[in-house]
Design a protein around this ligand. Structure first.
Ligand code: BTN
Length: 240
């Protein structure tokens, strides 16, 4: 799939721009919207995503797909894996927090917000990724959860644009594999990077449970063993 890049110096949110301009996007391409700075960067669950100028990567990967929830979730997981493997080449040791957060030393370094919009007979999938690259301790202290950056972990600055190009190349390859072989092709690599805690709190819009991760299923969903021993599979949700 060919890549089309659209770069902005300032934007409200690369995800919002993509959703608002969905009809202008090429249906056969992977369009990557990125910006130096976002004034209204958005995280999951209506949270704000700190997006100061010039320091980090803020990008939305846009493509047209089918409507299955599992496909949407899997493509986001594949982007998270591509980003984790890219960070490993920069001497970091990232772990994945299901479904698609990236942590280093237990602190969040990247997050993904996936959104979709039906367009005519197809569906636009917008996968927004924010990766903290050159954020200082002082800037990170504005985030109300433990967070880190590539700079803090490696003491080296990196050009966000160069990192984006590397991420695009990796994701493009992985996407082709996913479209041919499904998530099973990534299952082992994804599981290897997964962070397992003994007991975690997990919630969806319907339930809140406590339990431990048993495994990631070959389709990317997660199996959790609840306190009473019952095992349940979830396709979406998040650990708190
Ligand atoms: C999360 O972990 O809560 C998801 C964070 C996603 C942030 C990125 S930055 C680029 C794109 N545009 C947005 O407004 N959000 C995503």
């Amino acid at each position: 799939m060919k890549i089309i890049n659209k770069h902005f110096s300032h934007i409200n949110s690369t995800n919002s721009w993509a959703l608002q301009n969905a009809h202008t996007l090429d249906r056969d391409a992977l369009t990557v919207i990125n910006a130096n700075e976002q004034s209204q960067g958005r995280g999951r669950l209506q949270r704000q995503w700190h997006s100061p100028a010039g320091t980090n990567l803020y990008a939305s990967f846009c493509l047209f797909t089918g409507a299955e929830l599992q496909t949407i979730a899997n493509i986001s997981q594949v982007l998270a894996l591509a980003c984790a493997e890219l960070l490993a080449t920069l001497s970091l040791a990232p772990t994945l927090k299901w479904p698609n957060d990236l942590l280093v030393n237990g602190k969040k370094i990247a997050g993904i917000l996936s959104e979709t919009k039906p367009i005519d007979e197809t569906r636009l999938l917008v996968i927004g990724i924010g990766l903290n690259i050159n954020m200082s301790e002082e800037e990170l202290s504005n985030i109300n959860k433990p967070a880190t950056s590539v700079l803090i972990e490696t003491s080296k600055e990196h050009n966000p644009q160069t990192i984006l190009t590397l991420l695009e190349e990796k994701f493009q390859l992985y996407l082709e594999t996913y479209l041919k072989e499904g998530f099973a092709a990534f299952h082992a690599a994804f599981t290897k990077l997964l962070r397992f805690d003994d007991e975690m709190e997990f919630s969806t819009d319907q339930i809140k449970v406590k339990g431990k991760i048993v495994k990631i299923n070959p389709d990317g969903s997660i199996m959790i063993e609840l306190k009473d021993g019952e095992r349940k599979t979830f396709y979406y949700g998040e650990f708190v």
